[in-house]
Ligand binder design. Structure first.
Ligand code: ZN
Length: 134
C-alpha cells in the first residue's frame, strides 16, 4: 500500500490483546493508516471469529472503508501465512498482519498483497521508533 511505512505500537499491543482474548479462535480485523502509520482498527459489524479463514466475506462489505489491509491472529507459534491467507492477501491488496503466540511485540509478521514479507517500522504515536529489547 503506497505511503504506509510504519505501524503504531499501540496497534500491535491492541492486536495482541485481542488475539489473546479471542484465543483459541482467530481474531480478524481491518486497519487504517494516518500519515503513513497504521494506527487504527476497523472492526466490521457482525464479525464472527472462528477457526477458519473466512474473512473474504468481510471484504465484500459494501461500506467503503479507507482500508490499508487486514490483521489476524494465529492460535499457534507460527505467523507464517497459510495458503488461504495468501489467497486472501492477493485478492484484497494492502498490508496484512499475522500475529502468533506468545502475542508480544516481536511475534508478528507483515505481508504485502503478493504474500511477500515486508518490514514496517514500529513507532510510537508521534512517529518515534520503538526500540525492542531482545
Ligand atoms: Zn492465517
Amino acid at each position: 500500500m503506497s505511503g504506509v511505512w510504519a505501524v503504531c505500537v499501540d496497534f500491535i499491543d491492541a492486536l495482541n490483546e485481542a488475539a489473546r482474548s479471542t484465543y483459541p479462535d482467530e481474531f480478524i480485523c481491518l486497519h487504517r493508516a494516518h500519515n503513513g502509520i497504521i494506527d487504527e482498527f476497523v472492526m466490521l459489524p457482525g464479525s464472527v471469529f472462528g477457526e477458519t479463514h473466512s474473512f473474504i466475506n468481510y471484504w465484500m462489505d459494501p461500506i467503503d472503508y479507507e482500508r490499508t489491509g487486514s490483521a489476524h491472529s494465529h492460535p499457534g507459534y507460527s505467523a507464517e501465512a497459510s495458503e488461504d491467507d495468501l489467497q486472501v492477501f492477493r485478492s484484497t491488496g494492502g498490508v496484512h498482519f499475522i500475529t502468533c503466540l506468545p502475542y508480544d511485540r516481536t511475534s508478528w509478521r507483515v505481508y504485502n498483497s503478493a504474500g511477500e514479507r515486508i518490514s514496517l517500522e514500529l513507532v510510537y504515536e508521534d512517529g518515534t521508533k520503538v526500540e525492542l529489547e531482545e
